[in-house]
Design a protein around this ligand. Structure first.
Ligand code: MBD
Ligand code: FE
Length: 280
């Protein structure tokens, strides 16, 4: 509910000017979005009677934490909201079925090596167990999808992603590949078992989560984009069903149908997982 004070003429005029609504140049759609975002902040200020010191605390937090914005967004559930919104729009037009989508997260990197056949993702020298994952990419009628590319990326045994690893111990594109599939739609790769991800200790996301009584942990997981000519690109991930955070993911990325339990044997773990795409 918009407080009456925000609805008064002077505030609405301020909003129009601040968002460029009555300026000549610029993008009209962006103006309208910026106006609503500024108004949402004004509404929160009035609703919670936010003090000057709280206001500056928030500005300082956002300024210092700007580099973690991509992490705060999934932590706030907004990226998952986007998935739920896309699902709802799909079902409105009768589009359903296939592997559920879920969040991309902030840690994808373009340009991973393009490989064919059984792929090895990891360069790490540690003696972590090996994950073997394989399955088929099919379409709505179970037909094999031809010429698909599976983008896969995941954390190392310490929960860090290459290109974002503060220990700087990973080679570029470690645990990141694009796998080109053949006519049968089969994919297979092996890599070092990922561990669950935790937000950087003491960083903006960590501090925000603690301040609202939450944590910044994700279960161990593997991310995918699955793309193929004639099909809709799928953004998804599997989360390990036996991870302690499987039901308590700070980023809300876990979904029913995406929680396989690895078959752990000796130094290996196996996951069989098929992807079903929707037609474009
Ligand atoms: C991750 O690894 C991730 O996948 C998401 C969504 C957020 C933070 C870290
Ligand atoms: Fe991730």
């Amino acid at each position: 509910m918009t407080p009456d004070f925000v609805k008064t003429a002077p505030i609405q005029t301020l909003l129009d000017r601040a968002s460029g609504m009555n300026a000549e140049g610029g993008d009209d759609r962006l103006k309208a979005i910026v106006r609503d975002l500024i108004e949402a902040v004004m509404v929160a200020i009035v609703k919670h009677d936010i003090s000057e010191s709280e206001f500056w605390q928030a500005v300082t937090f956002l300024q210092q934490g700007a580099g973690e914005f991509g992490l705060i967004v999934p932590g706030a559930g907004i990226e998952h909201f986007l998935d739920l919104y896309m699902d709802a729009k799909d079902s409105e037009v009768g589009l359903s079925g296939g592997t559920p989508r879920t969040i991309e997260g902030p840690l994808y990197v373009e340009g991973a090596p393009l490989v064919e056949g059984e792929a090895n993702l990891s360069d790490d020298a540690d003696d972590t167990d090996t994950l073997h994952m394989s399955g088929f990419v099919t379409g709505p009628d179970g037909e094999p999808v031809q010429n698909a590319v599976v983008h896969v990326w995941h954390a190392n045994s310490q929960g860090w992603y290459s290109h974002f690893d503060p220990t700087r111990e990973q080679t570029p594109f470690n645990n990141r590949r694009r796998i080109r599939l053949g006519a049968d739609g089969r994919y297979a790769f092996h890599s070092k078992m990922p561990n669950g991800y935790s937000v950087p200790p003491g960083g903006a996301t960590d501090r925000l989560m603690k301040a609202i009584g939450r944590h910044g942990n994700r279960p161990a997981h593997v991310h995918f984009f699955v793309e193929a000519p004639g099909y809709r690109t799928l953004t998804t991930q599997i989360n390990f069903g036996d991870d302690p955070f499987a039901a308590d993911d700070f980023a809300f990325g876990t979904r029913e149908g995406l929680l396989p339990v690895p078959d752990r044997r000796d130094k290996s773990a196996f996951i069989a997982f098929d992807f079903q795409l929707q037609r474009a």
